[in-house]
Write a protein that binds this ligand. Sequence first.
Ligand code: SAM
Length: 274
Amino acid sequence: MTKHSGGHKHKKQFGQNFLNNGRIIDQIVASIQPKTNNHMVEIGPGEAALTEPLLDVVKRLDIIEIDNDLIAPLKIRFASKAAFNLHHTDALTFDYASLLEFEPDQPLRVVGNLPYNISSPLLFHLLEYSSQIQDMHFMLQKEVVDRLTAQPGSRAFGRLSVMIQYACQAEYLFTVGPENFTPPPKVDSAIVRLVPFQQKPFIAADEAIFADLVKQSFAQKRKTLRNNLKGWLDAEQIENCGVNPGARAETIPVEKFVELANLYQQIKLQSQAD
Ligand code: SAM
């Protein structure tokens, strides 16, 4: 634990690297573009670096914080703010749809300087609510933002890229250096904007099968698709989707994964019917 000038002991297990640069905070808020009628959700407020400027604008801000030591200071500080709603809980298991009770037709805008150690499971959890989310702005480890926004053929393109880009438009906004946090993390960070598609450009008939096939395709990064998909699809079936079976998964665009998953599902259904 590192002691902060404000008195809070930073907890490594909660990924506590607090923003300390007002200019960066302004830049993040400017990217989010909060509006008065927004229903926002902030994951991990910490000592409220982003919370405060957001609360000045939006009509409702639900805040999710796990660290017991941060709860009372946040409650005291924002007691007079009508928009402020604090949830002392784990963002990984939180039911985001429950927040829609406030205003059912208003999609959520989710933001946060996320704890890096849980970023992938948290993104996968949030994807389950993508139809109820207008957009998401997150600070993450730069390497993760590179993966989220990678194009097929690049080294960063992997399972996370495919799963996120299936559901969202992903945009790399800007890089933030370690010196802008207390304590400084060991790596660069970056801001990403994720906008869930209202209508997905390519639709997997069974999203669980799609997720499994994508996972399997990247099971061994150096192997070809034909090898990774052994027992799922043979070379001819892969070719029938317009995909080279000798290619590696990192070169295959999202829509081709959808085609492969849909073909696998059809074959499975057919074999069950026979
Ligand atoms: N927003 C603050 C800032 O930018 O200075 C703090 C960001 S810090 C990187 C991550 C925050 O997420 C911490 O406040 C931490 O306690 C909180 N946190 C960590 N794991 C969490 C979880 N599973 N659910 C909710 N909050 C969590």
